[in-house]
Write a protein that binds this ligand. Structure first.
Ligand SMILES: *Cc1c(COP(=O)(O)O)cnc(C)c1O
Length: 395
């Protein structure tokens, strides 16, 4: 075992695996294996200690190293890996729900989670009720009945960027003894520590900042308690969930530098937001760091920093005009993801949101920006190309 002299900062610890590897390599080996050979008969039948796993589907050293590192980051009892962020969300829900149960789900969650709740869960007789992302205990109490078993959050929402009142939601969940789950992809386990705030389960789309290079899909589910961890691990096992060792390896490789990258994403995003604020076509910056954005006071209380994903509202909704803008901001790829080294810009559809505080933006367009790690002057010049094209075509 790796010797730890003292308790380290988790962001240091994710750079130092607990295990020692064959040949003294710094990183774990990427072991490709469906079959694992037992050392002998008694080990195979469980009458002798066998440290290994009995079958490749349950993961080997690479997986354990990533699970340990994420557990350290999230301050979790244990972590279960999933093949994508969405699969991690699904796992966090199906591990705890049964027929007849009801979920309270925030209205600002990643849209495919709503699709799962609306198109698939009804087949299992599990229903979903949405709550306003800015809800307090009183608003939640109005939605509560004895069938509610789980409350599902995302803070900030990755499309509309409201931050929940986590303290109020956790208080409500504990009062009614329901499981609380949060999608922690935006804070990435660095800027928000949900399990320390009393939330039971934290899910991360590791596809985003943990991986950081836009080349794999991966998800993590972290549990505060041993019992919850066991329930999630069993559910993954019963359902045959599996992550390829190459993916686990790349996730771990990305994780080592994530806190450093995030700090720079944050600086880039703040610079871009300051510039965007000065453009007459921009009506609002949708970011937890903006003092006038919804839930900013909760962000200030609960988060230790910000990542590089934010939105802005553009006073324009004509697709021909928007095409002029998007197609001329050439350094920002038009793509539906975030968290990589490269900048992205995505038109967001907010029509599905029922939250009253967003109604004031009807007729405007929400643009989501992932501030990448390019030189920021180049990014601003590229944004300027987009606004110039928009102005020229309106003139
Ligand atoms: C992308 C995303 C997911 C899903 O992650 P995948 O790895 O793409 O399946 C879940 N939650 C949030 C907030 C996301 O942005």
């Amino acid at each position: 075992m790796y010797k730890m002299a003292r308790r380290l900062n988790p962001h240091t610890q994710i750079m130092h695996d607990k295990q020692n590897y064959a040949d003294g390599t710094v990183n774990p080996p990427v072991q490709h294996a469906s079959t694992l050979r037992a050392p002998d008969y008694l080990s195979y039948i469980g009458k002798k200690e066998w440290a290994g796993k009995h079958y490749g589907r349950h993961g080997i050293q690479t997986h354990r190293a990533l699970e340990d590192a994420v557990a350290c980051l999230e301050q979790a009892y244990g972590v279960v890996l999933a093949a994508s962020g969405l699969q991690a969300v699904v796992l966090s829900l199906i591990s705890f729900l049964q027929a007849g149960d009801k979920i309270l789900m925030s209205d600002n969650v990643y849209p495919p989670v709503k699709l799962f709740a609306e198109k698939f869960l009804p087949k299992l007789n599990i229903s979903t009720v949405y709550f306003n992302p800015l809800a307090d205990e009183t608003m939640l109490a109005e939605l509560y009945d004895a069938n509610v078993k789980l409350i599902y959050m995302e803070s900030p929402g990755s499309a509309t960027f409201e931050c929940h009142n986590i303290e109020a939601i956790v208080g409500f969940a504990k009062q009614h003894n329901i499981i609380s789950v949060i999608d922690n992809s935006w804070g990435a386990g660095v800027y928000l520590k949900p399990l320390e705030l009393g939330i039971d389960i934290s899910v991360i789309s590791a596809t985003k900042y943990i991986c950081g290079h836009s080349d794999i899909l991966l998800g993590t589910v972290s549990a505060k308690s041993r019992a919850h961890y066991q329930q999630i691990a069993d559910t993954a096992r019963f359902n045959g969930f599996y992550v390829a060792p190459d993916e686990a390896y790349l996730g771990l490789r990305g994780l080592r530098t994530m806190p450093l990258r995030l700090a720079q994403h944050q600086i880039q995003a703040e610079t871009l937001m300051a510039w965007l604020r000065q453009q007459p076509e921009v009506t609002f910056i949708a970011s937890p760091t903006a003092q006038d954005w919804f839930g900013h006071e909760h962000f200030k209380r609960d988060f230790s920093g910000a990542s590089g994903l934010f939105g802005f509202y553009l006073n324009e909704n004509d697709d021909v005009m928007l095409a002029e803008f998007f197609d001329n901001v050439t350094l920002f790829a038009l793509g539906a993801s975030w968290g990589g080294y490269e900048s992205l810009m995505t038109p967001m559809n907010i029509k599905r949101s029922a939250s009253p505080h967003l109604q004031q933006f009807s007729g405007q367009s929400l643009v989501r920006v992932h501030a990448g790690l390019e030189q920021v002057d180049d990014l601003i010049a590229s944004l300027n190309d987009g606004f110039t094209a928009l102005r020229n075509s309106k003139a």
